[in-house]
Write a protein that binds this ligand. Structure first.
Ligand code: ADP
Length: 434
């Protein structure tokens, strides 16, 4: 590069010298020198003009041919243009490939702009969401998908959750819609057909409900016989006593499992439960009374601390089942004479039930899985204490149905706190209703 400018310098010096010599010979040294400089300037001007014309002609025009520094400039610019053209072609190819891939996705994909206006959508969006290409481009998605649940979901801008709605074109098709934010306030709406998954879930849930239902009657009969047959009676042969006792316990366990499975199936059904005003303080008093009976000779210190003004809008049977599971677990998993605290209170965020114990505690890696069905840290211990492994799954379902959340804090060897966080919207002030 430097070489070019050195040559250019010598070219200018050469022109100057030749003009000066010629001028000296002719007797007009200054005039010849001036003419030479003007000529050099004119050459630059012409090349500048050719450069401008070439650039104006567009990328496909051939670069002008020149000499010296201008030749190098034209060649470099042409090379740069060729590189850009290649890069652009590559980018276009990549973009087309992405567009083709997105268009072929079985899920509906819609690119939304800053104001929820549609910028692009794929083929599946036409079928599942009933969008029309290209008429609907630029339209606000909320004008085209008018399901109230979807509008609420879109305006809430809570991207961690998804919403389920039926497809515009076919009401039998169920869609799960989620929104993924990206780039400069842009959002990607993705809708997936979950009809098959839901149907399978329904089949599984019906199967469990049917099996549990079918097992209930034989188990009731067996347990009935065990209740009348007394293994301690004198007519019972001594070697039968232990097996009889074990059979009675196991039959009772089976009945508990069947009962819990039936309750879970009921909770899983879509119908919302009957909503009433639940006198939570009284409900908790009854639960704590039962917990004291369960504790029996193990003499736990069970303390109840309730705000008597706080009630809930919800289903009393479901809430009793959830609360008693938590309090009975605290009794089961706390050693003799341990402390159990049951608190019912409110704060700025909501209304809470906190059941704390000074029991065995739970290692952190177990906590996220505790609400899975039949997940037990120590299966032997759970069975021994009559646990079904379904208690916390029931708690989670009941709380979900009440818009509440289960929070578990625990330290191994120190104890645990299971909290149910209800939204303020579910709160009922009992002072006026009592
Ligand atoms: P289970 O019928 O076995 O008690 P749950 O679903 O109620 O079933 O609880 C699942 C598991 O969580 C239990 O087996 C136990 O290991 C653990 N767990 C529940 N509550 C407590 C608690 N208060 N302290 C320690 N571990 C607990």
């Amino acid at each position: 590069m430097r070489q070019v400018w050195i040559s250019e310098f010598w070219r200018l010096t050469g022109i100057g010298l030749v003009a000066l010599l010629a001028g000296l010979v002719a007797g007009y040294a200054e005039l010849f020198l001036l003419l030479a400089v003007l000529g050099y300037l004119a050459w630059h001007l012409v090349n500048l003009m050719r450069l401008q014309r070439w650039l104006a002609e567009g990328e496909d025009a051939h670069p002008p041919v020149s000499s010296g520094a201008w030749d190098v400039i034209f060649t470099d610019l042409a090379r740069m243009q060729a590189r850009n053209r290649k890069r652009k072609r590559k980018l276009t190819r990549t973009l087309t490939r992405f567009e083709d891939a997105a268009a072929a996705l079985p899920d509906a994909v819609v690119v939304l702009g800053m104001h929820d206006e549609i910028e692009w959508f794929n083929n599946a969006a036409q079928q599942l969401l009933g969008l029309h290409w290209p008429q609907d481009v630029g339209q606000r998605i909320s004008n085209l998908l008018r399901h109230p649940a979807f509008i609420e979901f879109l305006t809430a801008r809570e991207y961690s959750r998804s919403v389920e709605l039926s497809a515009s074109a076919n009401a039998d098709v169920l869609l799960a819609v989620l929104v993924v934010p990206y780039g400069n306030e842009q959002r990607l709406l993705v809708a997936r057909d979950i009809t098959r998954i839901r149907r399978l879930e329904q089949v599984r849930s019906d199967f469990v409900a049917n099996v549990s239902h079918e097992l209930r009657t034989p188990l009731t009969v067996i347990n009935g016989f065990f209740e009348t047959a007394n293994e301690d009676a004198t007519e019972c042969p001594p070697d039968w006593r232990r097996p009889m006792q074990l059979m009675r316990q196991q039959a009772q366990r089976m009945q508990n499992i069947v009962q819990d499975l039936l309750l879970l199936s009921r909770l899983e059904m879509e119908q919302p439960s009957r909503v009433e005003i639940v006198m939570v303080p009284e409900l908790l008093e009854a639960v704590v009374l039962e917990a004291r009976a369960l504790s029996g000779a193990r003499k736990h210190q069970i303390v109840l601390d309730v705000d008597r003004e706080l009630g809930l809008r919800g289903n009393a049977d479901e809430l009793r089942s959830a609360f008693s599971n938590l309090v009975f677990n605290a009794v089961q998993y706390t050693p003799e004479q341990g402390e159990i605290n049951v608190r019912w209170f409110r704060d700025a965020e909501g209304v809470h039930l906190a059941v704390s114990d000074t029991g065995t505690g739970i290692a952190a890696h177990h906590i996220p899985r505790l609400t899975e069905r039949f997940y037990r840290i120590d299966a032997g211990r759970s069975r021994q204490s009559g646990g079904t492994g379904l208690g916390l799954a029931i708690v989670k379902h009941v709380l979900n149905r009440h818009g509440a959340q289960l929070r578990i804090e625990s330290e191994l060897g120190k104890g645990s706190t299971f909290s149910c966080d209800f939204p303020l919207a579910a709160l009922v002030h009992l002072a006026g209703t009592q």
